[in-house]
Design a protein around this ligand. Structure first.
Ligand SMILES: Nc1nc2c(ncn2[C@@H]2O[C@H](COP(=O)(O)OP(=O)(O)O)[C@@H](O)[C@H]2O)c(=O)[nH]1
Ligand SMILES: Nc1ncnc2c1ncn2[C@@H]1O[C@H](COP(=O)(O)OP(=O)(O)O)[C@@H](O)[C@H]1O
Length: 206
């Protein structure tokens, strides 16, 4: 599906710093909006319904799947997560840029639907640092951290299907890389649209 807005998809193993990076990016970039996903996971300490996620029960999630209300959904670390169709579609059609913070399964589904979507994978500098970050975040029980570390091996292996890989060692450097990807895509997409318009013809450039 071709849309006037750009679609960015950011995925990472749990604890790599994806949410922190996207939050910082949104604070710097008023043209970018994040899509709030639905999940069957329980809220963590500071999380608010409608801000980090729409927290729903398993039955409600299943009903939404049946009604085809998700662009994509997947089971991740034992819970279900999905991107609601209406919000994203309306924004992209209105020419706004949207970022999805989803797992690799969702990212690959999105690429099928929106071939122009830009897939960005965030990597931690090492396995040890990944585990440290999960512990330092202090939001998950040890067994939840263990599940996330076990799943991280397979998730990292999926980075090869992505358009860009950013290593989040130094936060500011990774944020700069992320901003650069977003900026480059905007320039590229704008140039493609201009090439299709009559501007170049009028200037005798094509
Ligand atoms: N496919 C899909 N994955 C999602 C969606 N929302 C969040 N996720 C992913 O689900 C995984 C777990 O997210 P979360 O429970 O917030 O834990 P965290 O990654 O450790 O902060 C992460 O990989 C998220 O990117 C969604 O709408 N669709
Ligand atoms: N570059 C970094 N260096 C050190 N700690 C980081 C860095 N990026 C993120 N963190 C910290 O790591 C933890 C996990 O980050 P978070 O954004 O929640 O990860 P994710 O959304 O990928 O699960 C948080 O406590 C966050 O403050």
């Amino acid at each position: 599906m071709e849309t006037p807005g750009n679609l960015f998809v950011v995925a990472a193993p749990s604890g790599a710093g994806k949410s922190s990076l996207v939050k910082a990016l949104l604070e710097l970039d008023s043209h970018l909006q994040v899509s709030v996903s639905h999940t069957t996971r329980s809220p963590r300490g500071q999380e608010q319904h409608g801000r980090e996620y729409w927290f729903v029960g398993k039955d409600e999630f299943a009903r939404m799947v049946e009604r085809n209300e998700f662009f994509e959904w997947a089971e991740v670390h034992g819970n279900r997560y999905g991107t609601s169709r209406p919000a994203v579609e309306a924004r992209l059609m209105a020419g706004e840029d949207v970022v999805l913070e989803i797992d690799y399964q969702g990212a690959l589904q999105i690429k099928q639907l929106f071939p122009h979507a830009v897939l960005i994978f965030i990597l931690p500098p090492s396995w040890g640092e990944l585990e440290q970050r999960l512990r330092r975040r202090g939001e998950d029980e040890p067994e939840v951290i263990a599940t996330r570390m076990a799943n991280a091996r397979h998730e990292v292996d999926q980075a090869r299907h992505f358009d860009y890989v950013i290593i989040n060692a130094l936060f500011e450097t990774a944020l700069f890389d992320l901003k650069t990807v977003v900026h480059s895509q905007r320039l590229k997409y704008a140039a493609q649209r201009r090439a299709k318009s009559s501007v170049f013809a009028a200037l005798n450039l094509v």
